[in-house]
Write a protein that binds this ligand. Structure first.
Ligand code: AHR
Length: 512
């Protein structure tokens, strides 16, 4: 193992040491950027049991519900302070025709969900059900609209249907369907993965289509649209280059997708059965998102040095094999402490780029990929990832504080260097400073010495997520195996803080 200095202030490699000690210096006076709360965004696709069974069960279900939404899930999600929710896809979005999902539910047409297991979709969850859910969750809707198989007229009318308050044809139709007042819809995605499931397009062709579709998405009655162009996958820097060159002046946001996945063909590995080596590989792959973000940002900076266009990482998270015995194509996976680390490390990285990275949406909210919640009939379980989002919510809209971190590094089996400690800090409006820390080392505690430049710490308290074994997870039978506990390992020492960070732990501290 060796030590490395990480952070926003300086980057350099230090000589070899074999110590389990780390140090963090935070610069409370140097915060200039607010961490966009939209980095804590969520994503709900018509995929497997994300919508049906996960969020929506209908008013007549035996599962306790509030206007058709699962009451247990609704309550749990409210506790996350979700800033925005992306819907209806994903790949589903480019086959979705919104008019199928309005009007009396029993009269809505069915369709085949070709992307996700060929399941028959009955459209009982549509525009009203989604936008009303956003109202209940007090979050901003993010509509991902169909470019791949939809028409310009269809998209234009959807925007009118949702947001026009006047006496327009679509506003009248909405009123006939029971909703008088228009909703406010800010975030509008013009297509999804247009290089793949969204139409297999070249970036040049998509850029032209973007101009055409976006032209007719009007702003009604004070509803200001934030239009987001379909962006690159992972390392496809050409896509970003072409889009910024051709439509950079016409977009508010450009998306990017990055999954922590072993590869797209063959087995991706089981969610709950993996080795320590697999764990460190996962940490390395998840942290590589920083390099990917930096490279996309460098391209954006070239075309947009004033950072007018936001980078929107509107799909990210882990992607493992589907759980044995579940429906193929429904992407139902369990969620262990390893997934919690991916969430913690990723969010710590995202904060650093908040001057450009204005939104991120973990995939997906319930029952799909790296979800917050798993459901099974009447039962619900909160995943380790849920707990990270809950612990980290203190960072939403707080001022990002630069820091320097020195810690041990381990080489993963593919040669990627994995720092054992990850950290991020922010200052809330009330002056409290929050620090999120993760020790991904599965064997060693880290003695962390934490100091704040020009500030003497008076008090510290915290909470911790930790497990004995990295594969630990919550099940319907044992739902509380992984859950936050009070953390007593941080002590104020002459204005600094000494932290004993246990192996395999994630901690949030509040210092004053
Ligand atoms: O999140 C699952 C899928 O991953 C989405 O539908 C698609 O956009 C991406 O490829």
């Amino acid at each position: 193992m060796r030590k490395t200095l990480l952070g926003t202030m300086a980057f350099c490699m230090m000589p070899l040491f074999a110590q389990k000690e780390a140090s963090i210096k935070i610069f409370p006076d140097q915060g200039t950027e607010v961490i966009s709360r939209h980095i804590y965004g969520q994503f709900a696709e018509h995929l497997g049991s994300c919508i049906y069974g996960g969020l929506w069960v209908g008013e007549n279900s035996h599962i306790p519900n509030t206007q058709g939404y699962r009451t247990d899930v609704l309550q749990a999600l409210k506790n996350l302070s979700i800033p925005n929710l992306r819907w209806p896809g994903g790949c589903f979005a480019d086959e979705y025709h919104w008019t199928d999902g309005i009007g009396p539910r029993e009269k809505r047409p069915t369709m085949v969900n070709n992307n996700w297991g060929g399941t028959v979709e009955d459209n009982s969850f549509g525009t009203h059900e989604f936008l009303n859910l956003c109202e209940l969750l007090e979050c901003e809707p993010y509509i991902s609209a169909n470019v791949g198989s939809g028409t310009v007229e269809e998209m234009a009318k959807w925007v009118e249907y949702m947001t026009s308050d006047g006496d327009s044809p679509m506003a009248r139709l909405r009123r006939e369907n029971g909703r008088d007042k228009a909703w406010k819809v800010k975030f509008l995605g013009v297509g999804n993965e247009s290089w793949g499931c969204g139409g297999s397009m070249r970036p040049e062709y998509y850029a032209d289509l973007y101009r055409r579709y976006a032209t007719y998405c009007r702003e009604y009655d004070g509803n200001k649209l934030f239009k987001i162009a379909s962006g690159a996958s992972d390392y496809d820097y050409t896509w970003t280059e072409v889009l910024m060159d051709r439509v950079g002046a016409r977009i508010e946001g450009l998306s990017l997708h990055y999954y922590t996945v072993t590869g797209w063909s063959g087995s991706k590995g089981a969610a709950t059965q993996f080795t320590e080596e697999d764990h460190y590989w996962t940490m390395g792959k998840c942290l590589e998102v920083e390099d990917v973000i930096k490279k996309h940002i460098a391209i954006m900076d070239k075309y947009d040095p004033r950072k007018r266009v936001a980078l929107m990482l509107d799909e990210w998270g882990t992607w493992w094999d589907e759980e044995p015995g579940t429906v193929r194509g429904h992407l139902y996976q369990q969620n262990t402490m390893r997934d919690a680390f991916v969430a913690a490390l990723s969010l710590n990285v995202f904060h650093k780029y908040t001057d450009r990275l204005k939104m991120a949406n973990i995939a997906q909210i319930v029952n799909v990929l790296q979800s917050m919640i798993l459901t099974q009939d009447t039962k619900m379980v909160l995943t380790p990832t849920y707990h990270v989002f809950e612990m980290y919510k203190v960072h939403q809209d707080a001022t990002y504080l630069p820091l320097q971190l020195i810690c041990d590094v381990q080489k993963a089996r593919d040669g990627r260097e994995v720092p054992m400690v990850s950290a991020s800090a922010s200052k809330a409006e009330n002056g409290k400073i929050h620090i999120t820390l993760a020790n991904v080392d599965l064997k060693n505690n880290q003695q962390v010495s934490l100091s704040l430049d020009n500030v003497k710490v008076k008090s510290v308290n915290g909470r911790m997520l930790t497990t004995k074994t990295i594969t630990d997870h919550n099940t319907f039978e044992n739902p509380d195996v992984v859950k936050p506990v009070a953390f007593s390992g941080a002590k104020v020492n002459k204005g600094s803080v000494d932290i004993n960070l246990p192996a395999c732990s994630i901690v949030v501290l509040e210092v004053q």
